[in-house]
Structure formats: C-alpha cells, structure tokens
Design a protein around this ligand. Structure first.
Ligand code: GLY
Length: 384
C-alpha cells in the first residue's frame, strides 16, 4: 500500500464515521437486514409483523447491526453505539426461548454482539448468552462424519447430513468458548469440523463447494450441492470468502498450519479470478450475462485477504493486500452510497445466484466493508 492508499483509507474512515453516526441514530431501536425502495432500513425485530420462523428475530444476519455498532464504538468511544448494540443484544436473547428457529448461524448472530460486548467492555451478563449460543452450536455436531449440521428440517428435503462452508465462520464462537471456559470440547468440535471441510469441501484448484452432504448415520460423504452458487461444480464467491477468511480464523485460533495453507490455496483461487474491473460476481464461474454482482462476497474476500497478510512473510504481504485494496477501492468508488438517501453504504449485493432479486443492500456487507477498512488502518479489533 502506498501513500495514496493511506489517504484513501483515512478519508474512507471519516466517511464511515459520518454515515454511521446518523444511520445508527435513525435505526437505534431496530435490527436491520436490508433497505426498502426509499432507502430505509427494515427491522427484523419488529414483532408487530408476521415473520416466518427464521426470518424475523432468528434471521441469521441479526448480529451484524450490533457488530457495526461495536466497530464504531471501538473507533469513536461514543456511548451511543454501546446503547444501540445492547438494544440489539437484549432482543437476540429472546431467540433462546423461541429455540426452534435457531440454527448453525448462532456464530454470526452472537460473535459480533455478545462476544464483542464481552471482549470490549467485560460485560459478564452477556457472556452467558455467548456461552449458551456456543453450546447450541456444539450440540449440532455429528460424531459420524465430524461435521456441524447446517439448518433444521426443511420441507421435502432431508438436511440431517448437510454441512456448509459458511460454518467456517460460525465455529469462531466455539474457539472463543474454549478459551473462555478453558474446556477444550468446543475447540475439538470446531477443529474436527474444519478438518472435514478441508478434506471434502476444498477442491484441487483451491475453490470450495457450498453444501456437502454426509450420510448422517455412518458419516460417509455422499455429494456436494450447488447451494447459493450458479451450479454444481461452480464457485459461489461469498462461499469462497467464508472459506478463505474462515480458515485464517481457524489458524489464528489454533496455530494449525494446514489451516493457513488451506486459506492460502483458497486465496490464490480468488485472486486469480478477480475480474479486471474489481467488481465481484455472485459466482466466479457464472456466465458473463446476466452480470449479477455480490458486493458482500467482495467485502468478505477482502477481509480474509487482509487478515491472511498478517501471517505471511513480509515479502508476500502485498500479494494479498493489493487485491484486497483493489476490491475495497472498487466498492468505495463505484458501489458505495455516502448520501442520506439510503441507510446502507454497500450496494449491489445478491443473496444467491438463482434468486429473483439481485443488487440490493445487506447489513453484513456494510459490516465486512467497515471491518476491512479498519483492518487496513490497523485500528480494528478481530472479533472472529
Ligand atoms: N450464510 C449465508 C450466506 O452467506 O448467504
């Protein structure tokens, strides 16, 4: 990174501070996921609305709003961000009592909220919620196959044997729980899951499958499913991000070198496939048209590359930082909204290639964008 990049980072942090200051004030009682046609955030904690079991308070992205609040708090020390984060945390605790809607994504829900709060402020009350979430995640582990089960029962689909690449992020909750309790059970589960993913999910070329299916009684690996990507054998970009950044996290939490090597392989695959434009598609193997983008996948990959650069020799760092900066500059210059007409910063996200809806905002794109910019400034904290 050169002086020009440093200037861009400093300016971008100023813009983030300015934008999140009014966005957080406007939405302090909400838990947003996306914006409507007028640019206003929705509220997944609005209990006057009829939600399905997993898209209201149980919605898997509900930890990222609190996570943004903690990122801004650790930068500005403005207590308004603590209040907004804690409002979100309090609401999320209700999900334990609802129980049926909870899923493998409790890591995404509770690491950027309860774990972040405990790490930053030492809040002992919220630590209980984080440990409870870790126990729920650990309870999803299948001894046959050594995988953490994804999702719950779906209509007309037997998912008992399904594991997904996304869980490489959720297991950070287990690493944290082991450190906190000095009980290795959680970390043992996380490492067994990571080992299975290394073996069955990561292909020769460094790309990752999205869903892997095991036979749940015997643990025999059966097959992969395309999941949110373009098709069987393709490479869903956000999934590549979960794999890359997730294996770095497993390395930082355990010191197991194979995890670092795996993160590098996935990183090399991603770097080789970043388009000249710097705009990241929904799937690295999708056809040229329609040119669906996923700015969120872009931010997750950038964050993983920056984190990875911390663990390679000095001479290799730029090989990871350079593409990360390219991605983030592209977002900043062409896919970010800094105005008051939209509550979200990052535009043009897509949840899945075959969904009917594309190019909308997603709160976790903002989370990973802001996290990555702070990482470049060396002022962030690593929550995972
Ligand atoms: N973890 C689900 C997704 O990335 O869409």
């Amino acid at each position: 990174m050169d002086r020009n990049d440093q200037k861009w980072i400093a300016e971008t942090i100023e813009r983030i501070r300015e934008k999140i200051s009014w966005v957080s004030e406007k939405n302090k009682e909400r838990i947003p996921y996306t914006t409507d046609e007028n640019g206003n955030y929705d509220d997944r904690s609005d209990n006057t609305k009829e939600w399905n079991i997993d898209d209201g308070l149980n919605w898997w992205t509900n930890g990222f709003w609190g996570g943004i609040m903690w990122l801004l708090y650790q930068d500005t020390k403005d207590d308004r961000y603590i209040a907004a984060a804690r409002s979100c945390e309090k609401k999320l605790e209700q999900t334990f009592f609802d129980y049926y809607g909870l899923h493998h994504d409790v890591g995404f829900m509770f690491v950027p909220t309860a774990v972040a709060d405990y790490r930053i402020t030492g809040n002992a009350e919220v630590k209980k919620a984080a440990l409870l979430a870790a126990n729920l995640l650990a309870g999803r582990f299948n001894l046959q196959g050594n995988y953490i089960r994804a999702w719950n029962d779906l209509p007309n689909q037997d998912t008992r044997g399904w594991a997904i690449i996304d869980c490489m992020f959720n297991i950070s909750l287990l690493y944290w729980a082991s450190k906190e309790t000095r009980d290795p059970r959680y970390q043992n589960i996380a490492m067994r899951h990571a080992d299975s993913v290394m073996r069955y999910f990561i292909r020769e070329d460094g790309s990752s499958i999205h869903i892997g299916e095991f036979e749940p009684d015997t643990g025999v690996f059966v097959k992969s499913h395309k999941g949110q990507g373009y098709g069987e054998g393709s490479a869903w970009t956000r999934g590549q991000g979960w794999a890359l950044y997730g294996f770095v996290n497993s390395y930082t939490n355990t010191g197991k070198k194979e995890y670092l090597d795996t993160a590098k392989r996935v990183a090399h695959y991603c770097i080789a496939n970043i388009p000249e434009s710097g705009i990241i598609p929904v799937d690295f193997r999708q056809p040229a048209e329609p040119a669906w983008e996923d700015s969120c996948g872009a931010c997750v990959i950038a964050g993983g590359l920056i984190e990875l650069a911390n663990y390679v020799p000095e001479a290799e760092k730029q090989a990871y930082l350079h593409p990360a900066v390219k991605i983030l500059r592209t977002i900043t210059e062409t896919r970010a909204d800094w105005n008051k007409d939209c509550d979200a910063i990052v535009q043009n996200c897509s949840a899945a290639y075959h969904d009917s809806r594309h190019h909308f905002t997603m709160v976790y794109a903002d989370y990973f964008y802001i996290e990555a910019i702070y990482k470049l400034d060396h002022t962030g904290i690593l929550l995972w």
